[in-house]
Design a binder for this molecule. Sequence first.
Ligand SMILES: [Zn+2]
Length: 678
Amino acid sequence: MRALAVSLVFFAPLLAAQDRPLTALPYTPSLELKFLDRSADPCVDFYRFACGSWNKLNPIPPDQARWNVYSKLTNENMQYLWGLLEEYAKPTPGRTPNQQKIGDYFAACMNEAAIEKAGSEPLEADLKEIAALKDTAGLATLLGRLHFESGLGGSFLFGFGSNQDFADSEQVIAFADAGGLGLPDRDYYTKTDAKSQETRQRYVEHIARMLELLGDRPPAASTEAGTVMAIETDLAKASLTRVELRDPYNLFHKLPQADLEKLTPRFDWPRYWQAIGLAAPAVINVTEPAFYKEVEKLIETRPLADWKVYLRWHLVHSRARYLGKAFVTADFDFYSKYLRGVKEMEPRWKRCVRRVDRDLGEALGQVFVEKTFTPETKASAVAMTREIEKTMEADLHQIAWMSDATRQKALEKLHTVVNKIGYPDKWRDYSSVVIKPDDYAGDAERCDAFENRRQLDKIGKPVDRAEWGMTPPTVNAYYDPQMNDINFPAGVLEPPLYDPKMDDAPNYGNTGATIGHELTHGFDDEGRQFDAKGNLKDWWTKQDADAFVARAACVSTQYAGYTVIDDIKINSKLTLGEDVADLGGTMLAYVAWKDATKDRKLEPIDGFTPDQRFFIGMAQWACGDERAANKRLHALTDPHSPDEYRIDGVVSNMPEFAKAFSCKTGQPMVRANACRVW
Ligand SMILES: [Zn+2]
């Protein structure tokens, strides 16, 4: 759902090379001296000091746009899962039902000969329906069908699904979102600089290429691509920007169904409900009403032929990865090679492991957890999370800029945060999904239908607070403001991020700061607008809210000064929540670490004091690099600042860091007017 992004620690981890399954996860310690660049002065550029040699030892693999500690670990998890899936792909009689499903799905995905032989056949039924469309009234039925088969998420014209009610977080209601674009952000359609114009030109060429693969002749395909571009440009202009989407009030318009029909009288909603198998919902949160007015205008003004072209493009676009080589290659050439600067396509196994994780993630994750995640790791991660929360509680009691009225509410919210560590208590039941070892496109379609049904069935029901939004092997973490929970999948609680063999300093610096980061999201500029129950409700006094805004503005001004690439600066209104969480999380981890070790005498190790080890551990989660094209894409779309500023931006605000490395006032890592929010 586009509705409200949960706050991740890391954006879209991408994966890497080395072609062999792993039988065990490799061990990398959470602090590696060989990654240091000792020629760099830690007081001038701490990120370079802590991570400067990482890139030399870990160059970006040709099949990746970005390569860092998180993506490297993700890749290792995938190599390990690859080994398991190869085993389960053998049709041996002893397989459990889940093993059969994940094994057969993997086998179907790996069977390139069968996929090649099928060609564009998996699209034929839908292409026929599109061709048979007689009037725009039939659009609703067709869109419902396409949404249901290919994901409700919003590639076709708009998005539809379910989410917690902003006003009542116990209830799930229907959400109608903006969508319908093929480029990664609405700004790609509106920016006027030369690079953006070039990108649009390349995109139109890509659309034409894909339509040619469906059999359209070159001159016609080119005209058709122009039509798609024109429709998408109108949709983009009517869509909110990513910065606007960060304000939940911008997304909250709970309307009776009749009002949605008034916004779009030419769209036959009853036929749409029927097509997706949903009783007409009483209320719908229409996240962007202006977008739906534009949809209405387009249905009114665009001839039927244009809609057929638009739907054919989005059909082939959304299913390209399940088709033969020509489609997969064209899709790669534009979205990975051109937009992200990736040199080579990922090997097949890697794409297939990722598809199993996406479509049957809790079946695959269950095996991953059984084999890799020990009860001891879970217990120690739970204990560290409690330490960080205890520290935040003490911090809230001390904060001078907050009144007692707001403080009480903040404490109440902190005490209600639910800690989810490792994996869900109850696993998703995939027994109704049919998976065949020789039908990749069909398997994918049935998995999409299963997931869509699951999402739609939630409407009108109480929320399931036990549910997870990430699969267990995922190397990432998140805070969900409506659930008011912090989530750490097993995949992110492994070395080198979380390392039971290592001393506390790097563990608190690394994973402790990540836990603090997610917790702080509950109190960043977006999260603070939700109360303890996850309702969108202002619990701040005016004076305290003003004090918060002023403190956050310090961070926003700081990050706005950093360059991403060329003349592109960080859009710090987009990254504010993450920047506040990075700073707050590190502060919390530092204090929690001091508190947890206060009765011990800590000695220097390998020439670094315990405080220095804390900060090196804190920096070394972020070692990595990304390609220039990917930096441009991230500057527009990623709510996180580039890795180097996620480190230097934080430590330069911390007197504790300056003291640890004896940095002097006036040096780059000592900001004259240090920011502090929490
Ligand atoms: Zn975050």
